[in-house]
Design a protein around this ligand. Structure first.
Ligand code: 5MM
Length: 344
């Protein structure tokens, strides 16, 4: 595979394919395992993720890349070979989460800034040797009364841009993920407020990317959709989410960005698929629109697996179905009828 940043980015958002976000940090994967009463041991985490990456047909057809956590990129599978090999054998690209998490922002009550720039150049060089060809950094922006503040938006956008420039310097495609969250502590905002904040955040991020001299052709944007907060009384209908999201992205994201891979952010798996499909059906669009889902790709598989080795085949089937549905959505071709055809 080509090592040019533009070619890697194009492969990550190739038509009908999207990204599996399997980069849950230790705290998050423990929460996910708690929900199925499984213990979060190193072996269980390995077995679960191996189950996903070994879903050969789903990976080959619909998963262009996988975002890994530090533990996973170094982990061996049950055959003693690196888990990364399972990903590359399926023609998919290994990626790595390199941020150190969103931490309380000093002087900004209720807001967070993502850390992890110190020593990032050296870490990227090591991850490259371990096989990573793209990376991910997530900024978290909460909406509440008087929030977000300019200080928070600016600091997070600046960090994203410095991260992206360092990635490109080291031959790694940056996924730039500024998430305006739909399930934050308040989350009572409507879709119009989400639109306003997302537009502000994306404009700020692209101004910072320009100043940091990031090559837009060699990056992928991972934004939220324009959607109401989970506690809002007025929930936007699927058509409205699709229309507002595309309008917001068209007014903020340059056409030189090859692709936009959404996060699911707390939407149900079917909602996340439907929204993506509606947006793609609105084409033509200046960039490829696809998925980089964590929860919305894994929820059904996680439940089917439930920590039991005997459930692996069933869980892989659930994963393959979800990956196929999102593959269809990335082409604007998902339908309720397809959804009902559970993996045969
Ligand atoms: C898979 O979840 C990722 C890791 O989250 P933590 O760092 O909190 O453990 C997360 O960054 C993910 O890549 C994105 O937020 C998208 O995931 P969802 O579940 O929102 O699609």
């Amino acid at each position: 595979m080509s090592e040019r940043l533009e070619d890697i980015a194009a492969a990550m958002v190739a038509k009908g394919k999207g990204i599996l976000a399997a980069d849950e940090s230790s705290g998050t994967i423990k929460k996910r395992f708690d929900s199925i009463n499984a213990e979060s041991t190193e072996q269980n985490r390995r077995d679960y993720r191996q189950m996903l990456f070994a879903s050969r047909a789903a990976m080959r057809r619909n998963i262009s890349g996988v975002i890994l956590f530090d533990e996973t990129i170094r982990q061996m599978g049950s055959n003693g070979k690196p888990l990364v090999d399972l990903i590359t054998a399926a023609g998919s690209i290994p990626g790595i989460k390199v941020d150190a998490g969103a931490k309380e922002m000093a002087g900004h009550p209720g807001e967070k800034v993502t850390e992890g720039l110190d020593g990032l150049r050296e870490r990227l060089q090591e991850y490259y040797k371990l096989g990573a060809r793209f990376a991910k950094w997530r900024a978290v922006i909460d909406i509440a009364d008087g929030l977000p503040t300019w200080g928070c938006v600016k600091a997070n956008a600046h960090a994203l841009a410095r991260y992206a420039a360092l990635c490109q310097e080291n031959g790694i495609v940056p996924i730039v993920e500024p998430e305006v969250v739909m399930d934050g502590p308040v989350a009572a905002h409507d879709a119009d407020r989400c639109y306003e904040v997302t537009e502000w955040v994306l404009n700020t991020v692209f101004a910072e990317l320009f100043e940091a001299r990031v090559m837009l052709e060699g990056m992928v944007l991972k934004p939220n959709m324009v959607i109401a907060g989970k506690n809002a009384k007025n929930q936007a209908k699927p058509d409205e989410v699709a229309e507002k999201t595309v309008r917001c992205l068209k007014s903020t994201v340059p056409a030189s960005v090859p692709g936009i891979a959404f996060l699911s952010g707390g939407q149900s798996d079917v909602e996340a698929t439907e929204h993506l499909s509606l947006m793609n059906a609105m084409g033509p669009l200046p960039w490829n629109l696809t998925f980089s889902y964590g929860r919305a790709l894994q929820a059904a598989a996680l439940k089917s697996w439930s920590g039991k080795p005997g459930n692996i085949a069933k869980a892989q089937k659930a994963f393959a179905h979800r990956a196929r549905m999102n593959g269809l959505a990335a082409r604007g071709k998902w339908s309720k009828t397809e959804e009902k055809k559970k993996a045969a």
